[in-house]
Ligand binder design. Structure first.
Ligand code: ARG
Length: 462
């Protein structure tokens, strides 16, 4: 392909400095937008034909040329030349080389400033859908695992100290809730993404009678932007998208942190399947949760991207500035990282087993039923502050005798509070306490079963 001159080379004298060529190019990163660039260009060209700014034949030549280029890129046969700076220029140059004069008309009524943000929005729309599907898959894996442990109880923690008994299923469903919020956030983000900036030109719109609604409709945008100055410089949706990714990464990282702890010998609550463990090059006995550690570690990179994106925006003078080119590396990286971590998390969740024997063997340590006992007293009319104090003293008494609360005799209870009756034992012991929860959304087996049914239905409908 004979190398075509860039039109602005008429304006500038001499050859571009090779150092500068390397520095300004974004082709190595934005070439992954090629499909969106081509789809956007075909819509733009069709609109130009509708508006009689190009002929029907010119449109056909442009469309066919672009489709051929798309195929060549997909087949890996396209030669990317970074002197064309970015994917937009590379494709346009290839089009001109292929179809000649008609190709030079493609950029009528368009700037790379509105073109690039259109491409990103089209890419992001698809990417959001992919992430949503992956989140849904992970949620399903959690619900399935929860279904296996609907009756089993484990310690619930606050401050990583034993607090109150919870159903294992409720613990697992807590992640389904977190990822559900991530889904909603992405859905909301999509609304802001799905707006067409195409036709905003470089910064001021156009003197040519282009039809912005036509391109918006062809590309499936739900509306057009209404201020060209804002439209070319707006990357708020990029920051928002990365934030959504960062929060997904946070939720994945919290899961990873839990299971790194829970899979340790000290806890022994979960067994991560061998296929997701690594060993040590030196210590032959090791089964390490490296995958979970990497999920936790990779969240850091996503936060970095968010910080970078916000920082790119904070000192932008109005309109387009080349700083914005740096957006892509961060949206791609955040999305790729989260996408891979979601896949890994789903695989791990699908293969993890809870060691219910080990969990129940230690379930009566740590007075998980103490709060239930205080609430029992409150129901008997004891002021909660007083009940709290009584149970505190009972715990100290038990510790002295190396006993559990359930092992105290009724006479001992009565010494602390005469109104305590035999029915107190229904609240004692971790499993009993968990089965006594009555509030909506509580973490008992009763509520967990209801929630499993709810989520199974919800997720099946998607
Ligand atoms: N590669 C550029 C970007 O990603 C495209 C827009 C360039 N516009 C310009 N006026 N130099 O933002």
């Amino acid at each position: 392909m004979a190398k075509s001159k860039k039109s602005w080379e008429e304006r500038l004298s001499g050859e571009p400095d090779p150092l500068m060529v390397d520095f300004v190019e974004s082709l190595s990163i934005d070439k992954r937008l090629y499909k969106y660039d081509i789809v956007g260009s075909i819509a733009h060209a069709q609109m130009l034909a509708e508006q009689k700014l190009i002929t029907k034949d010119e449109f056909k030549a442009i469309r066919n040329g672009l489709l051929e280029i798309s195929e060549r890129i997909a087949e890996g046969k396209f030669k990317f030349d970074k002197t064309y700076e970015d994917i937009h220029m590379a494709i346009e140059a290839a089009l001109v080389a292929r179809i000649g004069e008609a190709g030079k008309k493609l950029h009528t009524g368009r700037s790379r400033n509105d073109q690039v943000t259109t491409d990103i929005r089209l890419w992001m729309r698809d990417e959001i859908e992919i992430l949503q599907t992956k989140i849904g898959g992970l949620q399903k894996a959690f619900v399935k695992l929860a279904g296996k442990y609907a009756e089993d109880v484990m310690p619930g923690y606050t401050h990583l100290q034993r607090a109150q008994p919870i159903a294992i299923a409720s613990y697992l469903l807590s992640f389904v809730e977190q990822f559900e919020r991530d889904l909603i956030r992405l859905k909301n983000c999509r609304e802001l993404v799905n707006v067409s900036p195409l036709g905003s030109g470089a910064v001021a719109g156009l003197t040519l009678p282009i039809d912005r609604k036509s391109t918006a409709k062809q590309l499936g945008f739900s509306d057009i932007s209404y201020n060209s100055v804002d439209a070319v410089g707006d990357r708020d949706f990029c920051a928002e998208f990365i934030f959504d990714c960062a929060l997904i990464a946070t939720h994945l990282s919290r899961l990873a942190e839990d299971w790194i702890i829970y899979s340790s010998s000290e806890f022994g609550f979960v067994r991560i399947d061998d296929s997701f463990c690594t060993s040590s090059s030196m210590m032959p006995q090791k089964r390490n949760p490296d995958v979970l550690e990497l999920i936790r570690g990779k969240a850091a990179g996503v936060y970095g991207s968010l910080m970078a994106m916000l920082t790119i925006l904070k000192a932008q003078p109005s309109g387009y500035n080349r700083d914005l080119q740096e957006d892509k590396v961060h949206i791609f990286s955040a999305s790729d990282t989260v996408s891979a971590s979601l896949d890994m998390a789903k695989a791990i969740v699908s293969h993890t087993k809870f060691n219910t024997k080990k969990i129940s063997a230690g379930l009566e340590d740590g007075f998980l039923d103490a709060t239930a006992l205080a609430e029992y007293l409150a129901k008997k009319g004891v002021a909660f502050r007083e009940a709290h104090g009584i149970v505190g003293s009972l715990v100290v008494c038990c510790e002295g005798q190396n006993k559990k609360l359930a092992e105290l005799g009724l006479d001992e209870f009565k010494r602390y509070w005469p109104a305590i009756e035999k029915d107190v034992y229904q609240f004692l012991g971790a499993a009993n306490a968990a089965n006594k929860y009555v509030t909506e959304g509580a973490a008992g087996p009763k509520q967990a079963k209801k929630q499993i049914a709810y989520w199974e239905k919800q997720l099946a409908q998607r």
